[in-house]
Design a protein around this ligand. Structure first.
Ligand code: SAM
Length: 330
């Protein structure tokens, strides 16, 4: 079993092709030492099971365990659960979602790192089938109140028991954190909820890749002159975009612009280039392939900003061609 990288998933993934069969799709988020994930795969040979983890040692552990047991119905994704759900999961594809002992992030400054909130439940609602089961467990007193409030407020999930949570569940497979919490005498809270029939507007459309964004300009300036005039830039129109640093790449006759594109669900730090063409004074502006960038709409906007920056340096600049998602000159 080869782990997937969350930043490199197809948008969306064809999980039927990955598993080589069509079957109910389960997901566990933050599987830690993979004890629960592996036991789940053994208990449910009829399901295709995906584990998502940001910790690489956990990914390696799961791979090793699944390999040693010869399990063919489990795959792991290394990276962020939100990105995996938003990009990698087709709408209405998951029949079960498990979240065991998510990190509680106590400090007020870290509050927004909590995985569970109204927006996350909405995202989940768009990726789960009606009737799909949502199982959450926590041993954290603060987080348990937060989870209860989020579940009670969401229109998209309904408790399967009529209660917000239970404090005992003897049917379930146990996790490492759970066994530790129980051994130390902490109460665990178990939430058994279900995706209901309420339609969830898809505020999280599958991201799109638009191939080969580029613009070709004619400018009287040399690359060295552009370099001299460079200062860091930031934009906040469609989404936050920052040009951080500019490097000169003499060998390629190019300038590389380190750029941050704060786009959901995949913020990217990429290199854009301004490269001299064989025809004098012609430049192509595009996305360098360094670091597996995804040519999203946000990247198109970033290249458009860079092209506009070059155009703004000299009024004699002419746009010869572009395929960008936005206008270069008004
Ligand atoms: C407190 S541990 C619980 C581990 C395991 N579920 C258990 O109960 O023993 C939380 C786990 O969630 C993982 N995690 C945290 N945020 C995540 C995210 N955004 N996406 C995927 N995994 C995440 C962490 O790496 C960690 O392994």
């Amino acid at each position: 079993m080869q782990a997937f990288d969350a930043t490199r998933l197809n948008w969306p993934m064809d999980w039927t092709a990955v598993f080589g069969r069509s079957a109910p799709l389960f997901m566990e988020i933050g599987f830690g030492n993979a004890q629960f994930l592996i036991a789940l795969a053994q208990r449910h040979p009829e399901a295709n099971i995906i584990g998502v983890e940001i910790s690489l040692p956990s990914i390696k552990k799961a791979e090793r365990k699944a390999h040693n047991l010869g399990l063919t119905n489990v795959r792991v994704v290394h990276g962020d659960a939100r990105l995996t759900l938003w990009g990698g999961m087709p709408p209405a594809s998951l029949t079960r979602l498990y979240l065991n002992f998510p990190d509680p992030w106590h400090k007020a400054a870290h509050h927004e790192r909590k995985l569970i909130n109204g927006r996350f439940l909405h995202l989940l609602a768009t990726r789960m089938v009606a009737g799909g089961l949502l199982e959450i467990a926590t041993d954290d007193a603060g987080y348990q109140e937060h989870i209860a409030a989020c579940l009670e407020a969401t229109p998209y999930f309904t408790s399967t028991t009529g209660e917000t949570f239970a404090t005992e569940d003897n049917e379930r497979l146990r996790t490492k954190y759970e066994l530790k919490a129980l051994a130390e005498g902490r109460t665990c809270h178990y939430y058994h909820w279900q995706r209901n029939e309420t339609t969830a507007e898809n505020l999280f459309p599958t991201p799109q890749e638009i191939p080969m964004p580029h613009a070709i300009l004619q400018s009287p300036l040399s690359l060295a002159e552009m370099n001299e005039r460079y200062t860091p830039q930031s934009y906040n129109d469609e989404l936050p975009i920052r040009f951080i640093r500019l490097y000169e790449s003499g060998r390629d006759r190019a300038l590389l612009v380190e750029t941050h594109v704060a786009e959901d669900p995949l913020p990217q730090r990429v290199a854009l280039f301004i490269q001299g063409r064989t025809t004098p004074n012609e430049y192509i502006i595009g996305l360098h392939e360094i670091g597996f960038p995804r040519p999203t709409v946000g990247i198109h906007h970033a290249i458009a900003h860079l092209a506009r920056w070059v155009i703004g340096l000299d009024e004699r600049t002419v746009v010869l061609h572009h395929n960008l998602a936005s206008q270069l000159v008004s």
